[in-house]
Design a protein around this ligand. Structure first.
Ligand SMILES: NC(=O)c1ccc[n+]([C@@H]2O[C@H](COP(=O)([O-])OP(=O)(O)OC[C@H]3O[C@@H](n4cnc5c(N)ncnc54)[C@H](O)[C@@H]3O)[C@@H](O)[C@H]2O)c1
Ligand SMILES: O=C(O)[C@H]1O[C@H](OP(=O)(O)OP(=O)(O)OC[C@H]2O[C@@H](n3ccc(=O)[nH]c3=O)[C@H](O)[C@@H]2O)[C@H](O)[C@@H](O)[C@@H]1O
Length: 349
């Protein structure tokens, strides 16, 4: 007896397939690479985030997903990656939950310049607390390793100088900067509680003042202010007293440190910064000499709770990450000047 043919082309026990199987989905052929790691960068459209994305994308085994709400960041910073098969950009606010499958999370999303984080302080706290909770929840669900970009501001107006990671800080809990520095302190606490309670793999970087190309021209932070002012021929606005100090790290060094921390075995917190310390008056003199010797330096009023001194002790970073910064301020400033001149459309004489 002949095999009985069924409507789907198969037979009742005897093999008799009339039509060939459908060809595989054309999307199968578009998977021409196998990614080893899928990496999420929150705040990846911002200054440090976009430089980090550039470095991560250099590795052909990485797939990078950026989420950003564009509060201080911009698609322009990621233009060269838009449309790349290993890259994805999502407009998303980290204060809302995110469902996604990733292996690593670099959690940078948070306004960083004082004028922007003070603009909507409640939103800054929500970003630091609810945003970090959401990213930790995501890390827990998918088993991803998560790195938080914390800040030297967790040391407040430090009494210990230079600052080691053991120092607990001197922070005003109710001041105008608290949304940021207390927000980051809670974010660090959440990271450690998820680590202890749920075994999440965490990394915490305490970043010290980082500068470089792609900072917003009107970002309000001191290096971008001075460079834009020098190029425009305006006076450099040194906030009083001018003897307060900061230690400036070039962005490529910062990104090296963050990647080493993520790849290494130490949870942190680890200071990532350049220990070369300058007063604001010294910074202004450097900018003047390198960019425009004709400009004036003028003293202007300061804002409350401005830390009077800041310098990282990077012994731990050197020891456990084998990391130390390479770019001096005098080498980094001209690189930033070049970028600012291009964007401002003012060529060097
Ligand atoms: N640059 C520094 O000197 C410095 C120092 C210490 C710590 N940090 C930390 O490093 C990170 C990056 O700083 P940056 O200098 O690149 O600042 P940035 O302002 O250029 O970048 C922050 C990015 O986060 C995005 N963002 C803000 N709130 C968000 C939200 N709710 N949801 C999604 N995206 C959001 C912004 O749009 C922006 O793209 C921040 O977490 C900051 O606190 C920076
Ligand atoms: O590195 C850090 O941990 C933190 O440092 C900075 O905060 P701050 O150091 O106050 O940054 P700036 O606004 O650049 O101010 C630095 C110093 O320059 C002074 N300043 C600022 C602007 C200006 O035009 N002139 C001027 O003298 C300020 O008074 C302050 O003493 C960043 O804003 C934070 O994102 C970051 O977390």
């Amino acid at each position: 007896m002949d095999a009985l043919e069924l409507p789907n082309g198969k037979s009742n026990g005897h093999v008799s397939i009339k039509t060939p199987p459908p060809s595989p989905s054309p999307f199968r052929n578009s998977k021409f690479f196998t990614a080893n790691l899928r990496i999420l960068v929150t705040g990846g459209a911002g200054f440090i985030g976009s430089h980090l994305v550039d470095r991560l994308m250099e590795n052909e085994k990485n797939e990078v997903i950026v989420v950003d709400n564009y509060f201080t960041g911009s698609k322009n910073n990621l233009m060269k990656w838009i449309g790349h098969p290993r890259f994805e950009l999502i407009r998303h606010d980290v204060t809302e939950p995110l469902l996604i499958e990733v292996d690593q999370i670099y959690h940078l999303a948070c306004p960083a310049s004082p004028i922007f984080y003070k603009y909507n302080p409640v939103k800054t706290i929500k970003t630091n607390v609810i945003g970090t909770l959401n990213m930790l929840g995501l890390a827990k669900r998918v088993g991803a390793r998560i790195l938080l970009t914390s800040t030297s501001e967790v040391y407040g107006d430090p009494i210990q100088h230079p600052q080691t990671e053991e120092y607990w800080g001197n922070v005003n809990p109710i001041g105008v900067r608290s949304c940021y520095d207390e927000g980051k302190r809670v974010a660090e606490t959440l990271m450690f509680d998820y680590h202890r309670q749920h075994g999440i793999e965490i990394r915490i970087a305490r970043i010290f003042n980082t500068y470089g190309p792609r900072m917003n021209i009107d970002d309000g932070r001191v290096v971008s202010n001075f460079i834009a002012q020098a190029i425009r021929g305006e006076s450099l606005t040194v906030q009083e007293p001018g003897t307060q100090t900061r230690s400036f790290c070039y962005v490529s060094d910062q990104v090296d440190g963050l990647i080493k921390l993520m790849e290494g075995e130490n949870t942190g917190p680890i200071n990532i910064g350049n220990p070369d310390e300058f007063t604001m008056l010294e910074l202004a003199e450097n900018v003047k000499e390198l960019i425009n010797p004709d400009i004036q330096v003028k003293k202007v009023g300061n804002t409350p709770d401005d830390p009077s001194q800041r310098k990282p002790d990077i012994t731990l970073a050197k020891k456990v990450l084998g990391w130390s910064p390479k770019v001096t301020l005098r080498d980094g400033l001209p690189l930033m000047e070049e970028d600012f001149r291009k964007r401002l459309g003012v060529l060097k004489n």
